[in-house]
Design a protein around this ligand. Structure first.
Ligand SMILES: CC(C)(COP(=O)(O)OP(=O)(O)OC[C@H]1O[C@@H](n2cnc3c(N)ncnc32)[C@H](O)[C@@H]1OP(=O)(O)O)[C@@H](O)C(=O)NCCC(=O)NCCS
Length: 154
């Protein structure tokens, strides 16, 4: 296996968003608010096993957006996903850490996400903690807000 992490666009991320996070849902649901904002960035992991250019197998997007209920600067993770056949190899964690490091290079701030309850353990492994009660996102399922403090050093 040979994987690399690279810069992608929101457009590049959308087919994986649709396949993994929004199967069967309308294409508008793959366009997240702020996708094209100047401070937003998107990263992906490419698998180079079959061809030199590489196939996109893992994605993440990060937005300059405060934790809900606060107005302090923070980074929000959205669209975190790994293709099923590439899971459990550390790709998601490596991509998240690289992206958080990039974000902190711009501005050190807490990182948060609306974590699917089924993925909460994954985020806990990355140093995030659940904040508040579980809540439902219609059509997707139960979630927790999860926050990783700005000063977490890994
Ligand atoms: C959650 C997801 C992104 C993880 O991607 P991945 O590439 O398989 O993650 P990694 O291999 O880097 O896993 C890192 C660690 O988290 C653990 N982990 C992965 N998914 C987990 C989960 N759902 N629950 C608990 N732990 C999990 C792994 O076992 C690994 O643990 P280790 O460090 O002790 O070995 C992937 O399973 C996925 O795309 N799921 C469907 C979409 C989704 O739920 N996205 C998150 C939306 S909020």
């Amino acid at each position: 296996m040979s994987y690399t992490i690279g810069v992608i666009s929101a457009e590049d991320a959308r087919p994986l968003r649709q396949a993994i996070l929004r199967p069967g849902m309308p294409v508008e649901s793959l366009v997240y608010p702020g996708d094209d904002s100047q401070k937003t960035f998107h990263r992906g992991t490419f698998d180079h096993t079959d061809d030199g250019e590489g196939a996109l197998v893992c994605i993440i997007s990060m937005y300059d957006e405060p934790v809900p209920g606060t107005d302090a600067p923070a980074w929000r993770i959205r669209g975190m996903a790994t293709l099923p056949e590439h899971r459990g190899r550390g790709l998601g964690a490596a991509l998240a850490e690289a992206s958080i490091a990039h974000a902190h290079g711009i501005r050190r701030a807490p990182v948060w996400c609306n974590a699917r309850t089924g993925a909460a353990g994954y985020y806990e492994g990355l140093g995030f903690a659940r904040v508040g009660d579980e809540f439902e996102i219609e059509g997707i399922g139960p979630h927790f807000v999860m926050v990783r403090p700005a000063d977490l050093i890994r």
